[in-house]
Design a protein. Structure first.
Length: 566
């Protein structure tokens, strides 16, 4: 007799008429006993194009062991991933954000096609993390997400380094501050093994967010990729997935409006990536939970930075783990009721209980008391104005500048801008504008780390500002306004900018503007015509036709909540 918790998979495996399906599954190696148990999909995003997801095939075996020990039958499957770090600065980077939709779609399709009773999703590099949550939100079957862990820092001449240092070294090399030999030595040691990028870049930002969303078992994400305890964490994730099935706990019960607010607070309190904004908006939309850009700005304005993490701070994710984990951040934010203590975690505890149980390493300096924060406000702000009527996002961690006024240097692609940086045509005071790199115009909303890293490496990081309808890597620091909406390719005001126009970024006033009259802006846009699409066919053309504005999460699906089965 089948397990009563086979709420979905019984339709796939039970009864005489399902003999053909059972025959095929037995060809894989499953027994009658296996097929009588709940079927748990174990999704991996393993790929050999980067270290970020490289340990997932091994971790999957431990997840499966945990599922079996708790009375379920695991079924492993895989989907894609695109390395931001490897593809950065090339045409390939256009695939990165597109991959979030493909990953979410493919996890959803496999789970729907095989009627899984639950899911465990193993994630690593940036887009795999929100994509897995988006798929769980659509399916609303019991499940969880486990981050495969952060990479250890590399060592270069007596100091810790990350991939951020290599990107910035490219700029230093361009101006003669670093030799060929030095650059080669640095690139050889920056990434010492498996695991996602070590700073509070997008992967670790979203890993932190998942702890606060409650959809990852508290504390398990933070265990580094090659730490001996990571295998035990994977096995525990498998057991927890079965517990969720027994209790019929769905993602929609975990990821509430309160949980999304908790995740937003965690992102800004750790100086995390602006990409977290894009991904939280997308997750909320999948669940039909109201969440707007201005909501995230309100949270950032009242939430101080309490964690000193790269690129704005001193430490990396492995240091956070050694200090006691991200529950330390929750503990500090709860002191001022900046997060919702009662929000549940998939491990059965509340955020308040998790924070109360945290074990802090004596003398740790990664997380500071909220009474003496690193910064009194969070690590990002949302600006509007005549250049961003639907909003844009500015990262505030890692620099002190809140105002910049200067002449626009306008580029219609990242490549054109990088060439200008490399040729040292960008000068102090400029406002570098990169347009036609938005969700539809790119398409794919490329990150600009190739450019921003080179600018910082040349020593201009504190002297210029950058504005784009594209994105920034979590490794970016400096005064940068991204996600400008509406984007230039869809007639946003960035399309009207010309070299020499005076652009003003005023964080305190929450404005991004150009010193032109409304009439002049309107007249320029009236004369403007959109550039031809970069791709006429294929996945990029399909994405460009479907994708929404960055202010709505750059999603491709229909109306909020329409995927969810209750």
């Amino acid at each position: 007799m089948s397990d009563p918790d086979k709420r979905r998979s019984a339709a796939l495996t039970d009864g005489p008429e399902r003999a053909p399906a059972r025959a095929m599954l037995k060809g894989v190696g499953f027994s009658d006993e296996d097929l009588a148990r709940p079927l748990i999909g174990v999704a991996t995003t393993w790929i050999e194009t980067m270290p970020c997801n490289l340990n997932q095939r091994k971790l999957a075996q431990h997840v499966k062991r945990g599922v079996r020990s708790a009375g379920g039958t695991p079924i492993e499957f895989n989907t894609i991933s695109v390395s931001d770090g490897v593809s950065m600065g090339t045409e390939g980077m256009r695939a990165s954000l597109v991959s979030r939709e493909v990953i979410a779609d493919s996890i959803e399709l496999v789970a729907r096609g095989h009627l899984f009773d639950g899911l465990v999703c193993l994630v690593g590099c940036d887009k795999t993390i929100p994509a897995a949550v988006m798929a769980l939100a659509r399916l609303d079957v019991p499940g969880l997400v486990l981050y495969n862990g952060s990479i250890a820092p590399g060592r270069f001449r007596g100091r810790d380094v990350t991939i951020q240092d290599v990107f910035e070294a490219v700029g230093a090399h361009a101006v003669g501050k670093m030799s060929d030999e030095d650059l080669l030595e640095l690139e050889g040691v920056a990434c010492p093994g498996a695991g996602a990028c070590g700073g509070q870049f997008t992967a670790n930002t979203m890993s932190t967010a998942l702890d606060f969303l409650g959809i990852s078992p508290a504390g398990l994400n933070g265990i580094p990729a090659l730490h001996p305890l990571k295998n035990e964490a994977a096995e525990e994730a498998g057991r927890l997935a079965m517990d969720l099935i027994r209790r019929d706990v769905r993602p929609s019960q975990i990821i509430t409006r309160d949980a999304l607010e908790n995740a937003a607070a965690a992102i800004v309190a750790t100086g995390g990536s602006t990409n977290g904004v894009l991904h939280l908006l997308a997750i909320a939309r999948e669940l039909g939970v109201p969440l707007e850009l201005d909501d995230l700005d309100d949270i950032a304005a009242r939430t101080p930075i309490v964690a000193s993490l790269k690129p704005g701070g001193r430490f990396v994710a492995t240091d956070m783990y050694a200090a006691g984990g991200v529950a330390l951040v929750a503990r500090e934010l709860l002191k001022r009721e900046l997060v919702h203590a009662g929000s549940p975690n998939v491990d059965g505890r509340s955020l308040g209980e998790i924070a109360a149980a945290v074990e802090e390493k004596p003398g740790q300096e990664v997380v500071v008391p909220i009474e003496t924060p690193i910064k009194p406000i969070g690590g990002l702000a949302v600006l509007r104005g005549n250049l961003a009527p639907e909003g844009c996002v500015v990262k505030l961690a890692g620099h002190e500048r809140l105002h910049h006024r200067g002449p626009a240097r306008v580029f219609d692609s990242e490549e054109a801008c990088f060439a200008a940086v490399k040729e040292r045509r960008i000068v102090s005071g400029d406002v570098v504008v990169i347009r036609y790199e938005g969700p539809a115009g790119g398409p794919g909303m490329r990150e600009m780390l190739h450019v921003t890293g080179a600018i910082v490496g040349e020593g201009l990081g504190d002297e210029i500002a950058l504005v784009t309808d594209g994105r920034f890597s979590g490794a970016t620091h400096g005064l940068m306004a991204g996600h400008v909406s509406p984007e230039a390719a869809r007639g946003g005001p960035l399309a009207a900018l010309q070299d020499g126009d005076t652009v003003v970024i005023d964080v305190e006033a929450r404005t991004l503007s150009v010193e032109l009259s409304d009439d002049e802006l309107a007249a320029r846009l009236e004369r403007w015509s959109p550039p031809p699409p970069r791709y006429a066919t294929g996945v990029f053309a399909k994405y460009a036709a479907l994708v929404s504005s960055a202010s709505e999460g750059a999603v491709t699906g229909p109306a909020p909540g329409s995927y969810t089965e209750k």
